[in-house]
Design a protein around this ligand. Structure first.
Ligand code: NDP
Length: 237
């Protein structure tokens, strides 16, 4: 597999879970991959060694540092914004500062990273946000801020798709359903509740999500833009 050979790829939040699966997939397809991490340096360094990619520490919640990093990397062919946090609880009890940080990481970072990358991205580049099926269906309590943040990515992708379309740059959202990671373990306490909402009653793997991301980054997806794809076992069906 060398569909993405020599492409310069940045994955924000690549040390674990879906992001790590995306790093593995892009590296296997021949891309030159850089990824960021925040709290998991050991995982990040192990993944970098395994895949021949480069790990850089950068907090997606710190706009200026994030933009500075993107500028320092030079032109990117592909930007994947995967870093995201959950933050579940009764909205009447959740500290406002925690909600603001969630919005900074889940909404502000994708926007500012995409704009910073777009300044130097070559024609035909790709921007891919990892959203959530919760943008389209929120059947549980306690996740209003999270689902709001993931819905924002859909509007963002549509607008940026218009802004960047003349340069052949596509902007899309991949919206996973329950996927087996530290954030949402396949054997976690909410497993049966979540599977109850699904047609295919199992968590996805990170590799399955990475497959769709790789497709959108590849040459067959030139005219897919401003779109959001659910990959969720029918969670939103
Ligand atoms: P994990 O919590 O398992 O992993 C999150 C990754 O993002 C880690 O690599 C983490 O790095 C990184 N990250 C988190 N915050 C920051 C930050 N401030 N700066 C830099 N990196 C950061 O999550 P998942 O793999 O499950 O989720 C990945 C994405 O997929 C998220 O956007 C999530 O909302 C979305 N998603 C997940 C679903 C699921 O069921 N798992 C379902 C739908 C959407 P580090 O550990 O180094 O801090």
């Amino acid at each position: 597999m060398n569909r993405l050979g020599k492409k310069s790829v940045l994955v924000l939040g690549g040390s674990r879970g879906i992001g790590a699966a995306i790093v593995r997939r892009f590296a296997a397809e021949g891309a030159k991959v850089v990824f960021t991490y925040l709290s998991s340096p050991d995982d990040a360094q192990a993944l970098a060694a395994e895949t021949g990619s480069e790990a850089l520490r950068a907090d997606s919640g710190d706009r200026d540092s994030l933009v500075e990093l993107i500028v320092s990397l030079g032109p990117l062919d592909v930007l994947v914004v995967n870093s995201g946090i959950l933050g579940a609880g009764d909205p009447l009890d959740m500290p406002p500062d925690d909600i603001d940080r969630l919005f900074r990481i889940n909404i502000h970072a994708p926007y500012h990273a995409a704009v910073a990358a777009a300044r130097t991205m070559p024609d035909g580049g790709r921007i891919i946000f990892i959203g959530s099926a919760n943008a389209d269906r929120m059947p549980m309590t306690g996740l209003a801020a999270y689902s709001a943040s993931k819905s924002a990515l859909k509007g963002m992708a549509k607008g940026l798709a218009r802004d960047l379309g003349a340069r052949g740059i596509t902007v899309n959202v991949v919206q996973p359903g329950p996927t087996d990671t530290d954030m949402n373990p396949a054997e976690g306490p909410l497993k049966d509740v979540m599977h109850g909402f699904m047609a295919i009653k199992r968590h996805a793997t990170g590799a399955e999500i990475a497959g769709l991301v790789a497709y959108l980054a590849g040459p067959e997806a030139d005219v897919i833009t401003g779109a959001a794809y659910n990959i969720d076992g029918g969670f939103t069906a």
